[in-house]
Design a protein around this ligand. Structure first.
Ligand SMILES: Nc1ncnc2c1ncn2[C@@H]1O[C@H](COP(=O)(O)OP(=O)(O)OP(=O)(O)O)[C@@H](O)[C@H]1O
Length: 274
C-alpha cells in the first residue's frame, strides 16, 4: 500500500482527495475518508452542505471531479489494486440503497418488490429467500399485500429489505426516515440498528437529525457548509450492549454527544457557503 492509498484490508470505502463540482459550484471536498467494514457512519450537516452528493459519489452515481472513490464488493471488471481489494463503484450494481421515498413498484406485492431486487442483482428469487428478507425487517405477514396497502413505515421497511437483497457489504441510506412520524421513525431506527448488527453490513447514513445520528452511528461526521468538508469526525463511544433503546437515549453520554455534534452543526451552519 502506498502512502497515497490510506485504505487497508477490511475497509469498505476509501475516498482520497475527493472533490465534486456541479458546473461552477464546488459541492464537496476535498475529502479524505476511509470507512472500515462493519462501521455505521452517519453524515450530518446543514442543508446543501453536500451530504447527498457524498453518498452519490460512494454509490457511483456521480464521478468525482478530482480524487478517487473506491468501495468493497463492487462487481467490477476493473483490476483491483491495493487498498484491501477496493474498486471504483459501479452505479446501480454495487451497494444497497435506501432513499427518503421508498420508490416501490405499486403494481407488485411487497414480496414481489423484494423478489425483483433479488433478480436484478442476479440472485435466485426463491420464496424462502424473499421471506427471510421480509422477516429481517418484520414484514413476513404482509408479503402478499400491494405496497399501497401498507403504511409509510412498512413501505420503508420494504425498501430496506430490498436493499439487503443486494449481496453487497455496503448499505447507503439517504434520510430514509425523514418522512415518517416520530414514533415510527424511532422503531425503524431500532430495527435498522439491529439489522446492520446482525448482517454486519457497513452503513453510510445521511440525516439532519443529530439525535438519530447518535442513536445509530458508531461514528458521526459533521460536514462544513458547501463545499462539504469534514469538520468533525467523532467515534460514538456508547456502551450499547444490553441496553434498551430508551436506556441508551437516557444516558448522560448520549446527551453529551448530541450536544457536541449539535454545536458543531450549528456553528458550521453560520458560515457562508463559498
Ligand atoms: N445536480 C445538481 N446540479 C447543480 N447543483 C447541485 C446538484 N445537486 C446538488 N447541487 C448543489 O450542490 C450542493 C450540495 O447538494 P447536496 O444535495 O449534496 O446537499 P445536502 O447536504 O444533501 O442537502 P440537503 O440536506 O438539503 O438534502 C447544494 O448547493 C446543491 O444546490
Amino acid at each position: 500500500m502506498s502512502s497515497a492509498d490510506p485504505a487497508s484490508p477490511g475497509d469498505a470505502v476509501a475516498l482520497s482527495g475527493v472533490e465534486h463540482r456541479y458546473g461552477d459550484v464546488t459541492a464537496v471536498g476535498p475529502v479524505d475518508l476511509t470507512v472500515p467494514g462493519g462501521e455505521f457512519l452517519v453524515l450530518v450537516g446543514a442543508s446543501g452542505c453536500g451530504k447527498s452528493t457524498l453518498l452519490r459519489l460512494i454509490a457511483g452515481f456521480e464521478q468525482p471531479t478530482s480524487g478517487s472513490v473506491r468501495t468493497a464488493g463492487t462487481p467490477s471488471p476493473e483490476p483491483r489494486s491495493g487498498g484491501g481489494g477496493l474498486s471504483a463503484p459501479v452505479p446501480g450494481r454495487g451497494a444497497g440503497l435506501v432513499f427518503q421515498q421508498p420508490r416501490l413498484f405499486p403494481w407488485r406485492s411487497v414480496g414481489g418488490n423484494v423478489a425483483l431486487a433479488l433478480r436484478y442483482a442476479g440472485l435466485p428469487a426463491t420464496p424462502d429467500r424473499v421471506n427471510q428478507l421480509l422477516e429481517r425487517v418484520g414484514l413476513h405477514d404482509v408479503a402478499k399485500r400491494r405496497t399501497w396497502q401498507i403504511s409509510g413505515g412498512q413501505q420503508q421497511r420494504v425498501a430496506i429489505a430490498r436493499a439487503l437483497a443486494v449481496e453487497n457489504p455496503l448499505l447507503l441510506l439517504d434520510e430514509p426516515f425523514a418522512a415518517l412520524d416520530a414514533l415510527t421513525r424511532e422503531r425503524l431506527q431500532e430495527d435498522l440498528r439491529r439489522v446492520s448488527h446482525e448482517t454486519g453490513r457497513t452503513c453510510v447514513f445521511v440525516t439532519h437529525s443529530v439525535d438519530e445520528a447518535v442513536f445509530l452511528g458508531s461514528r458521526v461526521i459533521v460536514l462544513t457548509p458547501r463545499p462539504g468538508r469534514i469538520a468533525l469526525d467523532l467515534p460514538i463511544d456508547l456502551p450499547r450492549a444490553g441496553l434498551a433503546p430508551d436506556e441508551l437515549r437516557g444516558l448522560p453520554r448520549f446527551a453529551a454527544l448530541r450536544a457536541e455534534i449539535g454545536a458543531a452543526v450549528r456553528s458550521r451552519s453560520q458560515e457562508v457557503p463559498a
